[in-house]
Design a binder for this molecule. Structure first.
Ligand code: GLY
Ligand code: MN
Ligand code: MN
Length: 423
């Protein structure tokens, strides 16, 4: 609210519940913006911030108490509970949002509101502004500008406070348990979904709300599919297993990938490929510090990976040539880093106002996740490397003088991985 100034209002609404099938809905997850600002997790709610108001500067709109509905659907805070427990100055039934909005917006210069996410509310806001234009003398002036919450709120979300880092540390500790448990359980004859169940069980068992995104367990050439989530194949001896899974704790998610051999020993070609990805990943982590950009990290990662692709015989020529013609993208097609926090691909601008990659700052958390994915049907690749998919992903905090790898303790060196798998 300090950043917005007094002649502005911010409006956030919870996403609507989504039908899964019939009358069943997907589990509800509150918008991260509302969670960040209030911790209020119920659906059918909205938050309005009015920095210039004398009394009601933060207002929640929530479902009213309803004993019968609560018997069927679960407890509600109601306006009184919302006011008491979530740090706002006032709370009203959600039905009153549309009737109170005209007064809240009257005479305000800037409306901080994220267009394009909620078509129904977009239309309501647009038609309200149109009505205020026509009836300015009766209703007050409409907002002059609609400002994206990226400008202030998401800049705040991008730099993590000590309390947020504590939640993330807990998410990471739980994620550690789950990855180690999965490595131990990944014997030939197990199913990918058994490992998925074990990972998600381990998350819940330790108090996480669950995975922060769908758990990926890809064995064999399923590991070459970046967001593989079928997880329904049988683990074969001698193949690699890629698990990309992160626990969500207090709304903060870890995002960790480990790749390990089913049966506990890398074959020589698997180990050669693995060591190249690890070399790139370790170098990328080493260079992470304030002032460096995510693009710098990505470019250096690509250099090391392309060097490795030449060593492995996947590509021919020089590093420069293969980077210039982009042919490495056949084996490494995604970016190396993204912001991490309440959303796995967290809020925050990647570019500065002049369109350049922004320098990292203390308190930002990024992933570093190089990979190497050799398609099963790639006749250009050496026989014994086809179908190998590897990704190694850690979560890295930018500190004042460098970085801290939050997920460093999850086994990653080939010998440590083999020991864990056989442990
Ligand atoms: N788990 C999604 C990602 O690594 O970006
Ligand atoms: Mn990631
Ligand atoms: Mn991931």
């Amino acid at each position: 609210m300090d950043g917005m100034g007094p002649r502005s209002v911010a409006l956030f609404r919870a996403p609507s519940e989504k039908t899964r099938n019939g009358d069943v809905t997907f589990p509800f997850r509150q918008s991260s913006d509302i969670l960040y600002l209030t911790g209020f997790a119920e659906p059918e709610s909205a938050l309005v911030l009015c920095p210039g108001a004398a009394k009601e500067r933060a207002i929640l709109f929530v479902r009213p108490r309803d004993p019968e509905r609560e018997t069927w659907e679960g407890r509600r805070a109601g306006p009184d509970g919302a006011c008491r427990d979530f740090g706002v100055d006032a709370a009203y039934p959600i039905q009153e949002l549309s009737t109170r909005l005209p007064t809240l917006l009257a005479g305000v210069d800037d409306l901080h509101y994220s267009l394009g996410l909620d078509a129904e509310l977009d239309a309501q806001v647009a038609s309200l502004i149109a009505r205020m234009r026509l009836a300015e003398r009766r209703m007050g002036s409409p907002p002059k500008r609609v400002v994206d919450p990226r400008c202030i709120l998401h800049e705040l979300r991008l730099r993590k406070s000590p309390e947020e880092l504590e939640h993330l540390a807990r998410a990471v500790a739980i994620t550690h348990e789950a990855h180690v448990a999965a490595m131990r359980a990944a014997k030939p004859g197990a199913w990918e979904y058994e490992l998925e169940a074990l990972v998600n069980y381990t998350f819940r068992r330790h108090g996480a709300s669950g995975p922060g995104y769908d758990t990926i367990v890809g064995s064999g050439d399923n590991a070459t599919i970046l967001h593989y989530t079928e997880n329904d194949a049988l683990l074969a001896a001698g193949t690699l297993v890629l698990i990309d899974a992160g626990a969500e704790f207090q709304s903060y998610t870890a995002d960790v990938t480990r790749t390990f051999p089913c049966g506990g020993r890398f074959t020589p070609p698997q180990r050669r490929c693995y060591e190249i990805v690890l070399r790139a990943q370790e170098e990328a982590i080493r260079m992470t510090r304030p002032g460096v950009t995510i693009d710098d990290i990505h470019e250096r990662t690509i250099e090391i990976l392309v060097e490795g692709m030449l060593e492995l015989g996947l590509l021919q020529g020089t590093v420069k040539e293969r980077i210039a013609d982009g042919s490495y993208r056949k084996y490494y097609m995604h970016r190396t880093s993204h912001w991490l926090g309440m959303d796995v691909h967290d809020a925050g601008a990647y570019l500065t106002d002049v369109g350049r990659a922004r320098p990292l700052e203390e308190g930002m958390v990024i992933t570093i996740e190089p990979g190497l994915y050799i398609p099963r049907d790639d006749s250009a690749a050496p026989d014994d490397m086809r179908g190998i998919g590897i990704r190694i992903e850690d979560d890295v905090l930018v500190t004042d003088d460098g970085h801290r790898n939050l997920t460093a303790s999850i086994p990653k060196k080939p010998d440590d991985i083999e020991a864990t798998c056989r442990g």
